[in-house]
Design a protein around this ligand. Structure first.
Ligand code: PLP
Length: 414
């Protein structure tokens, strides 16, 4: 019986966020969310991995934490320690890795041990909505750092830290997505990483490094992680299997020294993240990860090219963007006259879901004419149709791209 009339409203604790909306299915043209490409999920191998690991170790499900303790399934942590060394030059042991329920839980745990209402953090001006929303909800002051083609601008970080110092404010961390930034798709170069680490050490402000997309770099070339380059140890690193294997598995991780990791573990009160997905991932990843990821990247790159072509065709010069170095999204600038929050509403009414820029930026004015388009989930055909439909809505609501410009663009191209 769930239909009674009991009123919970007067009992709710103060300060709750507004209620969640009921899910009504995906929009026909879904350019939002960090979803993956359904056709490249390695289903057969996951089935085989699940069967093998359950047959061999299924009895350990009888205990909380399997036989691996509260940090999570040990073979997966061992896989990660080796992978992080290979890819990001991080030297850590399995005991410096905490497996979490997605890297969203990692964000919560890091925030949970470091942040109190009224605290201040530095964060890339355009950043992951999930991180921005958490900070807003926690009542934390965000100092937005402008980005250029190499990510967070160091002169702006230095100026912000100096300014805070003058005002007697000790920032709690510098949050960065240095390797395929969300939403701009940039990669911070090695020199800039060194400078950021120097500032971090000089001001005693740790770096919170979120590497959700670093497996998805087209040419695979990347600088070492900030965690690997740090000599002072003031870096917390988080990552995820959501983008490299599948987001619904909900497996992420934190890499940190035991002094701070143990504090996070103490507030991780869920008695362990889902064991089955950790077991299946470990069984799958050890033999297949390195072969799976290039296949995934090829598919994603093709979809990105489809998206960029469709935008050029439908929006002409009205849509400006840089070709991202990897990832699953494109950050697009439309003419100043376009308010992407209004565009998102109108588009949704036509079955097109987009992320409006202000929700991905600390500076709402900067975000107003920008939007994020995720390309991993829709098929190439859906991408083409969806961009054409979006251009129609944008033209109707804001007069851009103008039909004339579009025709001219086609004539020039032809
Ligand atoms: C930068 C960044 N961090 C963290 C997450 C959370 O991902 P998950 O909880 O699926 O690991 C995302 C998801 O899109 C992201 O873009």
């Amino acid at each position: 019986m769930a239909s009674g009339s009991f009123d919970f409203a007067p009992l709710l604790r103060p300060g709750l966020p507004p209620p969640a909306a009921k899910w009504t299915g995906f929009a026909k043209y879904n350019f939002t969310g960090g979803h993956n490409d359904a056709d490249i999920v390695p289903v057969d191998r996951l089935v085989a991995a699940a069967t093998a690991v359950l047959a061999r170790e299924g009895r350990t499900l009888a205990t909380y934490g399997l036989n691996s303790g509260p940090l999570g399934y040990r073979p997966l942590r061992e896989f990660l320690a080796a992978k992080l060394k290979r890819h990001a030059d991080i030297s850590c042991t399995a005991d410096e890795i905490l497996l979490t329920s997605g890297s969203l839980q990692a964000l919560d745990l890091v925030n949970g041990v470091l942040l109190a209402r009224g605290d201040t953090v530095l964060i890339e001006q355009d950043s992951y909505q999930g991180s921005l929303n958490r900070l807003i909800r926690l009542g934390v002051n965000m100092v937005g750092i402008p980005l250029d083609k190499e990510g967070m601008r160091i002169d702006a970080v230095a100026a912000a830290l100096d300014d805070l110092k003058r005002r007697g404010i000790q920032a709690k961390y510098i949050y960065t997505i240095p390797t395929v930034q969300n939403p701009t798709g940039t990669i911070m170069g090695e020199q800039r990483r060194l400078e950021l680490l120097r500032l971090s050490q000089q001001h005693g402000v740790p770096i919170f490094e979120d590497e959700c997309y670093s497996d998805l770099i087209w040419d695979g070339r990347r600088p070492p992680a900030l965690y690997a380059m740090s000599k002072h140890g003031g870096v917390i690193h988080i990552g995820s299997f959501s983008k490299s294997v599948a987001p619904a598995l909900r497996v992420g991780y934190i890499v940190a020294g035991w002094d701070i990791l143990s504090r996070m573990l103490a507030i991780k009160t869920d008695a362990g993240s889902g064991a089955l997905e950790q077991m299946v991932l470990a069984e799958f990843c050890a033999p297949h990860f390195e072969e799976h990821v290039p296949k995934l990247k090829r598919g994603l790159r093709e979809k990105l090219e489809t998206l960029m072509e469709a935008l050029a065709e439908q929006f002409g010069t009205a849509a400006e963007f840089d070709d991202p170095k990897g990832g699953i999204f494109l950050w697009v600038k439309l003419p100043d006259a376009v308010d992407t929050q209004k565009l998102a509403q109108a588009a949704l009414a036509s079955g097109i879901a987009i992320n409006p820029g202000p929700e991905w930026s600390t500076d709402k004015a900067h975000g107003t004419s920008r939007l994020r388009l995720c390309f991993a989930y829709p098929s190439k055909e859906t991408i083409r149709e969806g961009v054409a439909a979006l251009a129609e809505v944008c033209r109707r609501e804001f007069g851009v791209p103008s039909r004339i410009a579009n025709v001219e663009q086609r004539a020039r191209a032809g």
